[in-house]
Design a protein around this ligand. Structure first.
Ligand code: SAM
Length: 267
């Protein structure tokens, strides 16, 4: 298949793989299930593959698109332009709290550019408290990482932080042929529902994130070594956590305990 899609040349640097399989698009729209009056935002609308059917169901949709040409095409779209609030910006830098409303929690969806999907997830987690749900097309491997449990090879900082913020539900598997150009990897749509009450209470999310980064950046080391800048061996033992363990063996609850101890030490 060519890199041309509906008269646009796909730009690799913007992670452009356009959906063209009507069956998959239909399944995604059904999974999102947008309703009139809801506060909905799409990241990376591109040529409108999901945007158009969503606009058939609701009256207003905010879209965040970095590619100037695609944003311009949407501005002049014959059918849906009047329903769109077009934000021509980098979603990684966009302050999603600008879209918060008192009455309506935000619903977020997108077939995300794979080259920035992990940092984008971390950026979105910082707004999760005001978000009703998120539906994302991601590399299948990233969905596996989001949902991984301790002991699994995919378990990492993304798993811990995602599960701290959200309930994770894989929805559909999507083969490369559903896109133009087809990506080299399999994809999947995942639903993330931010917890109303977090499964673990921590004193500082920032410290939790830092402790996870330290532990997983040196994932082959024991936590005695990888976490020595945050907590001592004696402190790990005081929590009844074996210092010989590796990051991949620690549960979210244990990361929470370590983060709280590191927070108290830092205070
Ligand atoms: N939604 C369309 C579809 O499903 O066919 C396009 C999906 S394509 C995988 C990713 C989209 O995200 C492209 O439109 C691309 O221009 C846009 N994009 C890439 N980087 C972005 C960023 N940093 N902020 C906002 N949009 C971005």
């Amino acid at each position: 298949m060519s890199k041309q899609h509906l008269g646009h040349t796909a730009r690799k640097r913007f992670g452009q793989n356009f959906l063209h399989d009507p069956y998959i698009i239909d399944q995604i729209v059904s999974a999102i299930n947008p309703q009139k009056g809801q506060n909905v935002v799409e990241i990376g609308p591109g040529l409108g593959a999901i945007t158009e059917p969503v606009c058939e169901l609701i009256d207003k949709l905010t879209v965040v698109e970095l590619d100037r040409d695609l944003a311009q095409r949407l501005r002049t779209h014959p059918f849906i332009a009047s329903k769109l609030n077009i934000v021509e910006q980098d979603a990684l830098k966009f302050d999603f709290s600008e879209l918060f409303s008192e009455e309506n929690p935000l619903r977020v969806f997108g077939n995300l550019p794979y080259n920035i999907s992990t940092p984008l997830m971390f950026h979105l987690f910082s707004f999760a408290h005001k978000v009703q749900d998120m539906h994302f097309m991601l590399q299948k491997e990233v969905v596996n990482r989001l949902a991984a449990s301790p002991g699994n090879k995919n378990y990492g900082r993304l798993s811990v932080m995602a599960q701290y913020h959200c309930q994770i539900m894989p929805v559909i598997h999507v083969p490369p042929g559903a896109f133009n150009p087809p990506p080299k990897v399999d994809s999947a749509v995942v639903r993330l529902i931010p917890h109303k009450v977090r499964p673990v209470a921590v004193k500082s999310e920032e410290v939790l994130n830092r402790v996870c980064a330290q532990a997983f950046n040196q994932r082959r080391k024991t936590i005695r070594n990888s976490l020595k800048e945050s907590v001592s061996e004696a402190q790990l033992l005081s929590l009844d956590i074996n210092p010989e363990l590796r990051a991949e063996n620690l549960s979210l609850a244990q990361f929470g305990q370590i983060a709280d101890l590191a927070f108290s030490v830092q205070e």
